[in-house]
Design a binder for this molecule. Structure first.
Ligand SMILES: C[S@@+](CC[C@H](N)C(=O)[O-])C[C@H]1O[C@@H](n2cnc3c(N)ncnc32)[C@H](O)[C@@H]1O
Length: 200
């Protein structure tokens, strides 16, 4: 394993998302659920910071690869990777953090239902973090200007949560500089929604 970079993750391993670092650096580690974990960059980063992470993805290759990475990085005691269809519900458990980064997978994915179930799977004080794309990256193959990006407020409204059991922590859009697969640098927008479970 090579030396860790500024995120504490060794070069050559999947890297965490910028927004997760900003948000979760301020949280006390506990039990986390990754919905649509993809290449596992967020899962590895959380586990390195002391979180116990359940990482769910429908893609068998993603789950298999993350299981291997957990072993290679000696984090297997903190990571449970599951092949899981989120449309069928969430992995069982109560969580202090549920992270959904760029969970865009076409119209077949019941995002409001998944996020509503996720909000109910939070422990009191726990957070649901939803980060969506808010712009078309300059390197995207699809430059359709009519593509809509629901605002974080709209995403929140569609989840239809009981205001007595959760509170909106933030719903905003932020720019960041990103690099595309071809090495091109460009500015992109993230839509950030953060909800906290209240009550007992
Ligand atoms: C755009 S990727 C984002 C991956 C990761 N969160 C990240 O930030 O890099 C979306 C992920 O959601 C997963 N996914 C799509 N539909 C799913 C479903 N029904 N159940 C579980 N995972 C799903 C995909 O396999 C993919 O890994």
């Amino acid at each position: 394993m090579t030396e860790p970079n500024e995120y504490g993750v060794a070069a050559g391993y999947p890297q965490p998302n910028t927004r997760l670092i900003e948000i979760a650096s301020h949280l006390i580690p506990g039990d986390a659920l990754e919905v649509g974990c993809g290449n596992g960059g967020d899962t590895l980063w959380l586990a390195q910071r002391g979180w116990s992470v359940t990482a769910a993805d429908i893609a068998a290759t993603a789950v298999h690869r993350l299981t291997q990475l957990a072993q290679e990085t000696h984090l297997e005691h903190r990571i449970t990777s599951l092949r899981w269809d989120l449309n069928q519900g969430l992995p069982p458990g109560d969580f202090d953090l549920i992270n959904a980064h760029y969970l865009h997978a076409g119209p077949g994915l019941d995002r409001p239902g998944i996020f509503r179930t996720a909000a109910h799977a939070l422990r009191p004080g726990g957070h649901l973090v939803v980060v969506d794309h808010g712009s078309i990256a300059p390197w995207s193959w699809d430059q359709d200007p009519n593509v809509g990006f629901p605002s974080p407020r709209e995403v929140h409204t569609n989840i239809e949560l009981d205001p007595l059991s959760s509170q909106l922590v933030r719903s905003d859009a932020q720019q960041r500089v990103a690099s595309g697969p071809d090495g091109r640098i460009g500015e992109v927008t993230d839509h950030i929604l953060m909800i906290q479970r209240t009550g007992l």
